[in-house]
Design a protein around this ligand. Sequence first.
Ligand code: URA
Length: 304
Amino acid sequence: MPGEYDQLLEATIEHLQQLKAHGTRFVTVDTAALKALTAPVAPAKAPAPRSLSAQAQTVAAAPAPVTPNTAAPVKERSVFAPAAGIPPEPVIEPLAPEAKPAAMAELRARASICVKCPSLVAARTQVVFGVGDVNAELMFVGEAPGADEDAQGEPFVGAAGQLLTKIIQTMGQSRETVYIGNILKCRPDMPPGASGNRKPTPAEMRTCIPYLHEQINIIRPRVMVALGATAVEGLFGKPIPITKQRGNWMTYRDIPVMPTFHPAYLLRNQAMSEKRKVWEDMLAVMERLGLEISEKQRGYFLRG
Ligand code: URA
C-alpha cells in the first residue's frame, strides 16, 4: 500500500533521532535486519515482492534488528503504547543517570514548542512539561495543567497541587526527590468566560501521550502513581473506573503503577475515609519502594 514504506522510514529516522538525543552514538544492525531494510528499495529483483507491511513485520520480528551499542547488557523495554498504524515500537536502552538531564532538557525543548493541538496552543500561556528529579524512583502522573499551572509553568501548583505536595511530604519525600508530570502538557482550553477545568478529550490524550511516554522512558521510575481516572486512561489507553481500580497495582511497561484518587477529588470530598484510602495507596507505594514507614505514618487518617 503506498505510503507504508515512507511511514516505516520515518519511524526508523525518528527512532534513531531519539537514540541520538538520548546519548547513543552507534547502533549495530544485524544482517537479517539489513536485508529486510534494503528489500523495499529493490522490488524489481524480487519475483513476488512481499507487502511492505509484511516487511515491516519482519523488521519488527527480527531478533534485535537495531541494537544500541552498550558495553553492559541491558534489559531492553518498549516504550510507546501500540496503536493502529503506528510503526514498530522503538526499543530504547535505559539511560545512564548522568545522561538523563540532557535527554529531558531536549524533550522539554521539543514539547515547549509543540503546536499539535491548535486550540490548546491558542489558549495556553505556556507548555507545562514536568518537574522533579529525572532520576526519581517515584513518579506521579496527573491529568492536565489547570489555570494556576498554565500561569506558573509547573504541574500541581494550585489547590490540588498543594495537597499533592503535602501527601508527598508526608511520605517523607519532596517535589524535588520525585517526578511529577501530566497526561496533557497544555491546559485544556475553556469556552470564553468559563472558569474551572475540563477533562482532556481522547484525541488530545492520544496526541500528547508520546511526551509522557518519553518522560517515563528517560526517568524509568521504579514505581508510578496515577492520580485519578484520566491519568489511568491516558496511561493505559482505555477508560477504567477509578473507584474500582484504586489501590490495585497495575503495570505500565514493567513499571508498577498505583492508581489512586486525584487530590482534587479529596478537596471536593473531605471525608476522612477517602483520605485514608489515598493514604493506604501511598503506604503501599512506600512499601513497594522499600521506604521505611513510621508508626505515625501508618496511623494517619485512622480514627482512634
Ligand atoms: N491537576 C492535574 O491533574 N495536574 C496538574 O498539573 C494540576 C492539577
